[in-house]
Design a protein around this ligand. Sequence first.
Ligand code: TRP
Length: 382
Amino acid sequence: MAPPEDFVVTPYEVKGRIDYQRLRELFGTQDLTPELLARLHQVAGGDLPPLLSRGVYYSHRDLGLLLDLYQKGSPFFLYSGRGPSGPLHTSHLVSFDLCRWLQKTLGVSMYIQITDDEKYWARSGLTREQTAYWGMENLYDILALGFDPKRTHVFFDSKSIAALYPLAIRVARKIPYSTVKAVFGFEPSTNIGLVFYTALQTVPCFWPSWAEDRAVPCLIPCGIDQDPHFRVTRDIAEGLGYPKPSLIHSQMLPGLLGENAMSTTGDREDNALFLNDSPATVDRKVRGAFTGGRATVEEQRRLGATPEICSVWALWRTRFAKDDREFADVTRDCRSGALLCGDCKGRVLERIHAFYAAHAEARIKVQDWAESTIVTQAPKPI
Ligand code: TRP
């Protein structure tokens, strides 16, 4: 028998040191190959964004098929989401960054799901008021990344249920309890809200096809931990007469304290840069962040540091290096010992502060129109 894995990844639990290639095999997803990235590059024109060029996205399902359809004149829509359990941190932006880039480059529509119901069901410590509150707060942050108000639609579960429910009824009938029990590891004590919930996460995949009475392809950028939901979706899609969604999966980013996965460490405030942190808090967190540096300056000059395990390098990699050239320089100077951790942190902090300032301004502007993106009506009666 194969040895048990020493990590766990499901939508409701991420723990251990994740072997990403092994996870891909376990989930049965495809490798995001250089050939596929080159195709994306060709379709989009211009440079690929850092999350693609630097390997944060590493796995997919049927991305090639989606690009075939696109090139034959069938545009897709984007779908991603957020479970509002608290303020967003910079790693939560990974899927929305890619969506924003794809929307901007290809002019496609975006559907965002805010699951204030899911987080209430999944996290016993949160009240309904809290998940609803964080839902709106998170939505402002997401929209402020630069989504186009005319092409962006939001399913805020508790406010959009009338729009989602007619389709959820059909979806739910196709999903046996044995499937969700096996896929999500539910126990007899799991509340029935969560048992039903996966049906609601599936609905946006089919919603535009339902509304338009034709097969509209869907692309979901998401963390690999969300793949189990969409395995269920893909299994039932054809039975309902809808296309299977395509996916592109990112790795889970390391926390500032050096843990392997962030989503298990939500209670550890210093492990992430929250978008509502003050500049002083951001400074303190980055200054205290785990790095791949050596015990002494002398040793680091002589032996160099290890970027791959460094949480500050992860910041450069995912967002704050202005281009691939600068990212390559930082990586090289880190490895050689030319760049010391204190200086590196000072440099990245300048970028982070600039990003926070611009984001705060954009966030105020979106509040005028955020509410208007929330879909509240079904496109047809049944
Ligand atoms: N379940 C996700 C979370 O806990 C939220 C979500 C809803 C989502 N729909 C999605 C994530 C689609 C990615 C893609 O955060």
